[in-house]
Design a protein around this ligand. Structure first.
Ligand code: GSH
Length: 210
């Protein structure tokens, strides 16, 4: 079988499955595109939704961070990257749906991609302000929820990979992540020690400060 291919954009949400596929120790290839200024139109045939990540697995093309992370986890079942017990797997989906739908799409989307919410540029500042407020509320919720170095159970899961991305975006947004969210910062410090995380950051050529 041909190697799976993960399409990523440096520092984007694709960093989460990129970390996870390294954690899963799967032999894979990457296609690196720059989606920061918008998904390049020439690759639209790969994902008509015009977003990274994209995961090519044999004849299948999989999109959406939680779905891709599920596919990766299924390829290395002994790593338990969605959690070890049925309840942990449920908690992983609970986290991932919220991180994807509310924190990523709604909160950071409002700040970074206001045009997705309205065709009227006069509303963009209000959308950005609401997005920023939702980011801060979400970060407080994360801080309250965390109990140790892992969000689900006592091992590294897809949720930790996703939380690393969101933390980095928080820093990029000018929020004092370390000062305001010490438990979250601790999870990130522990995550940054992992070979999978170090390698993904290096390959993407991005900075990751706690
Ligand atoms: N719901 C999608 C969101 C993917 C997404 O928004 N990706 C961003 C990068 S973080 C992107 O490709 N943006 C390009 C654009 O908005 O044109 C998922 O979970 O995969």
């Amino acid at each position: 079988m041909t190697k799976p291919i993960l399409w990523i954009s440096p520092g984007a949400c694709s960093l989460a499955p990129h970390i996870l596929i390294r954690e899963a120790e799967i032999d894979f290839e990457t296609v690196v595109i720059n989606a920061k200024a918008g998904f390049p139109q020439e690759y639209r045939h790969m994902n008509p939704k015009a977003r990274v990540p994209i995961f090519q697995l044999g004849d299948e093309t999989i999109t959406e961070v939680p779905a891709i992370m599920t596919a990766i986890s299924q390829m290395s079942p002994n790593k338990h990257l969605l959690g070890k017990t049925n309840l942990e797997i449920v908690r992983t989906y609970e986290w991932c749906n919220w991180l994807s739908g509310t924190v990523h799409a709604q909160a950071f989307g409002g700040v970074r991609r206001s045009h997705r919410f309205s065709d009227d540029p006069q509303t963009y500042n209000a959308i950005k302000a609401k997005g920023r407020k939702t980011i801060e509320e979400s970060l407080e919720f994360i801080e309250e929820k965390l109990k140790g170095s892992h969000a689900v159970g006592d091992t590294f899961t897809a949720v930790d990979a996703f939380l690393l991305v969101i933390y980095r975006w928080g820093n990029d947004t000018g929020i004092d992540m370390k000062g305001k969210y010490p438990k979250y910062a601790n999870l990130v410090v522990e995550g940054l020690k992992r070979d999978s995380v170090k390698a993904a950051i290096e390959v993407e050529g991005i900075k990751f400060e706690v």
